[in-house]
Design a protein around this ligand. Structure first.
Ligand code: HSE
Length: 433
């Protein structure tokens, strides 16, 4: 038993670690009771500009250092919480913490997605823990359930809304008929988007998070570069109107499936049935549906970002590791991430499709489009023609297809675009039904 308490070090004191510091102070009684001894904040590594933050003013000035060296030399730190975000220097910091035999907790999705396997191996070598509950889904308990509660399952699929910003944008476009750029502006005003909003809207943030979930669920290293990803910037209010008419909602889904020989991982906008649970997840909320052979379908739902939920996840990891420190044992993690199943190329993925095509309006146009699709063995399940512009003699044709291979669809899209009667293929969206 540690008489002086478990030493905590914080890397960064931004929105997330600022709240972590507050919880360590405000809930010290509760946390000490849970761990069996107090959690004591011993050092905080900051940038010079952090020193003006309100939370810093509430704390003992002696805790702060801008020097990396001083932070890493501080004795009596058992657990380091990294919340500086970004790939570098967070990766190097975590590696240093783990190789020094200290436990680490991080909310950093980019580092875990790109370097998780290496960092976990380093942690295993030193018998310390690297926990990252806060890296996906904010406060939603997800990593620990995948690792512990669902351990007896073979996970067959994950369908996840794991980017709050894009879900907020899509919700406003759907409910208020807003166009993409106006909805993005609102999301930025609300402070939801990442520092670089491209990471959200192009699906990069969701890709990092899916890499973490798929690696964990399938015990196979999945890197962000393995994941086909598309963003939501090509969505228009037209697509939402047709989706509604056809009985669908539009979501940016992160999808991971495993079969005997391969793993399918992708992030892109989809049509999903409007009566499905995920279709009803609105605004900045996240939801993750996991399918296991024993448990069936389980759903995790909650706030996927923000200081309070993220601090809830971080503190749970800190407490888990603090209990290990109290026990005086090493942290045992025998997970191995192999490369045994291949990643299915996107060209081999099969889904149904929605196509919105702007054409000239004259006899035989639909027949020409149908022939292009038919030649690629893509079968049309329904067709709508609306929005005829009599003056310009143009029409908007919407097609739904039966399941088709992505490779065939991509070829058909190219051919359609070069048909004389087609002005443009305005959008295509995969359908998960
Ligand atoms: N930009 C992220 C989101 C924040 O919108 O979900 C949480 O990782």
């Amino acid at each position: 038993m540690k008489k002086q308490g478990i030493g905590i070090g914080l890397l960064g004191i931004g929105v997330v670690n600022g709240q972590v510091a507050r919880v360590l102070e405000d809930k010290k009684g509760l946390l000490a009771e849970s761990v069996g001894c107090p959690l004591v904040l011993r050092r905080v590594k900051v940038l010079p500009q952090d020193l003006s933050r309100p939370v810093v003013k509430e704390m003992d000035p002696g805790l702060f250092t801008t020097s990396e060296e001083e932070f890493f030399m501080t004795p009596e730190i058992d657990i380091v919480v990294e919340a500086i975000g970004g790939e570098h220097p967070a990766f190097e910091y975590l590696k240093k913490v783990l190789s020094a035999g200290k436990h680490a907790v991080t909310s950093n999705k980019e580092v875990i997605a790109k370097h998780g396997t290496e960092l976990i191996a380093e942690a295993q070598k030193n018998r310390v823990g690297l926990l990252y509950e806060a890296s996906v889904g904010g406060g939603i308990p997800l990593i620990a359930p995948l690792q512990n509660s669902l351990v007896a399952n073979r996970i067959s699929a994950i369908y996840a809304i794991i980017n709050g910003t894009t879900n907020y944008i899509l919700t406003r476009m759907s409910k208020e008929g807003m166009e993409f750029s106006a909805a993005l502006k609102k999301a930025q005003e609300m402070g939801y988007a990442e520092a670089n909003p491209r990471d959200d809207i192009e699906g990069i943030d969701a890709t990092n998070k899916l890499a973490i979930l798929a690696s964990l669920a399938f015990q196979r290293q999945v890197l962000p570069g393995d994941i086909h990803h598309e963003g939501i910037s090509r969505m228009s209010s037209h697509d939402f109107r047709y989706a509604r008419e056809l009985g669908f909602a539009v979501k940016l889904l992160a999808i991971a499936k495993q079969s005997e020989n391969s793993i399918e991982v992708r992030v892109h906008p989809v049509f999903i049935p409007e009566d499905s649970f995920l279709a009803k997840v609105d605004g900045v909320y996240n939801a993750i549906q996991v399918e296991g052979d024993l448990v069936g379908k389980v759903l995790f739902f909650g706030e996927g970002a923000g200081a309070y939920p993220t601090s809830s996840a971080i503190i749970s990891d800190v407490v888990t590791l603090a209990k290990i420190v109290v026990q005086g044992t090493g942290y045992e993690d025998r997970r191995k991430f192999n490369l045994d199943r291949s990643i299915k190329p996107m060209s081999e993925v099969e889904t149904r499709y929605y196509l919105r095509i702007s054409t000239v309006d004259r006899p035989g146009v639909l027949a020409q489009i149908a022939r292009v699709l038919g030649d690629r063995k893509i079968s049309i399940s329904s067709a709508i023609q609306k929005g005829t512009d009599i003056q310009n003699q143009t029409a908007e044709i919407v097609l739904m297809t039966y399941p088709a291979r992505e490779a065939a669809m991509q070829q058909a899209l190219q051919e359609l675009s070069s048909l004389g009667v087609v002005q443009e293929v305005s959008n295509f969206i995969r359908v998960e039904a």
